[in-house]
Ligand binder design. Structure first.
Ligand SMILES: Nc1nc2c(ncn2[C@@H]2O[C@H](COP(=O)(O)OP(=O)(O)OP(=O)(O)O)[C@@H](O)[C@H]2O)c(=O)[nH]1
Ligand SMILES: [Mg+2]
Length: 337
């Protein structure tokens, strides 16, 4: 299924049913009073978050979503039925914005969380309600109100604990393959990954990793796939910055780190300041791993942990996962989760 992380839709709630106009007409009751019932309220349009969707592709073509209208009030004081609500599933992490007011209406981050985006019109009142001591045959009714109509932008920012960051070919997808059940495509050419994937690391403290396309120098100016996919790691708590330290890499490690850091800062300064661990990958292809580590520490002012792994063989990944679990556990206490 195509990955779409932005969609514009129009939502129209149902119209309220009109009030009924009617008089009791029965044998032997020649002048029965008014008995027109009230209409039913229009249905609401309600978005809800589900983990069975991971794209907004359904809303690329379906642009207008309508809830049903309330039925009109009937004879014999029968009220019209309420219009059915329209329940619209969206992926977890969908942010909903009103296109006219630019206001953010909600952020659907929990399974089954609901957000009413268009309220159904109120019902009209039947003539039975207008009967008074002086007006026994009212012909008055009110019409049901129109349902709300709104133009919305849906933006998906996927939810994950850990975001994978790095140049193309750094081994991000390989790492998510060895540590989770996710199976994204892996290949020795850049931009193998075209859109984000999620993987769940099982264990005592489960956590979710987001693999995104590689970023390259000039991404902020739109080079490569640009930096638009960085939005999908903007809500992560921790970044694993993967660096290919083998001779296969296009750049020496220090330069590779610098490029990614620069592009990250261009995209969002606060994201560049987020907890970020360097994960030196493809150690199986290197003999002088310690030298590389030393040179990285000397070149960059890095206080965060540095890990050395082989995403391919899995060597070193256990420690990375254990430390991550502990870090998340420790910080969640701090964040009060
Ligand atoms: N020898 C060795 N090769 C690795 C390792 N990790 C990844 N590779 C290889 O490096 C190439 C790129 O790996 P990917 O996992 O596709 O890299 P990526 O960072 O996801 O790349 P993009 O999706 O293009 O951004 C593949 O041929 C992998 O087999 C490793 O630890 N050791
Ligand atoms: Mg990849």
């Amino acid at each position: 299924m195509a990955f779409i992380d932005e969609a514009s839709i129009t939502v129209i709630a149902g119209k309220g049913g009109d009030g009924g106009l009617s008089f009791r007409r029965e044998k032997f009751i020649p002048k029965g009073g008014p008995d027109g019932g009230d209409g039913g309220d229009g249905g609401d349009v309600i978005l809800y978050a589900t983990d069975s969707l991971n794209t907004l592709v359904n809303y690329r073509h379906t642009k207008t979503l309508r809830a049903s209208s309330g039925r009109n009030g009937g004879k014999r004081n029968r009220s019209g039925a309420r219009g059915n609500d329209l329940l619209v599933p969206v992926p977890l992490g969908t942010i909903v914005c009103d296109n006219n007011t630019r206001e953010t209406l909600g952020d659907l981050t929990k399974i089954d969380q609901r957000l009413t985006v268009a309220k159904g019109g109120e019902h009209g009142v039947g003539n039975a309600r207008f009967k008074t001591s002086t007006n026994r045959t009212p012909y008055q009714t009110t019409r049901g109100a129109q349902g709300e109509k709104r133009s919305l932008t849906l933006e998906l920012q996927i939810l994950a604990d850990v975001g994978l960051l790095g140049l193309p070919n750094a081994g991000k997808s390989t790492l998510i393959c060895t540590t989770t059940a996710a199976k994204p495509k892996i290949a020795p050419y850049p931009f193998t990954t075209q859109h984000p994937h999620l993987g769940i690391v099982c264990g005592e403290r489960e956590f979710v990793i987001a693999d995104i396309p590689g970023i390259i120098a000039g991404a902020a100016q739109g080079v490569g796939l640009g930096h638009r996919f960085l939005r999908h790691i903007s809500r992560t708590k921790l970044l694993w910055h993967l660096v290919d330290i083998s001779a296969q890499s296009e750049y020496p490690s220090n330069k590779a780190i610098q490029i990614v850091h620069h592009e990250l800062a261009e995209y969002d300064k606060s994201l560049a300041e987020r907890e970020r661990w360097l994960v030196l990958n493809k150690a199986d292809l290197c003999e002088d791993v310690e030298e590389i580590q030393k040179s990285i520490r000397a070149f960059h002012d890095i206080s965060a942990p540095i890990f050395t792994i082989s995403a391919l063989s899995g060597a070193g990944t256990e420690l990375l996962i254990r430390e991550t679990q502990q870090w998340l556990h420790h910080n969640e206490k701090k964040w009060g989760q």
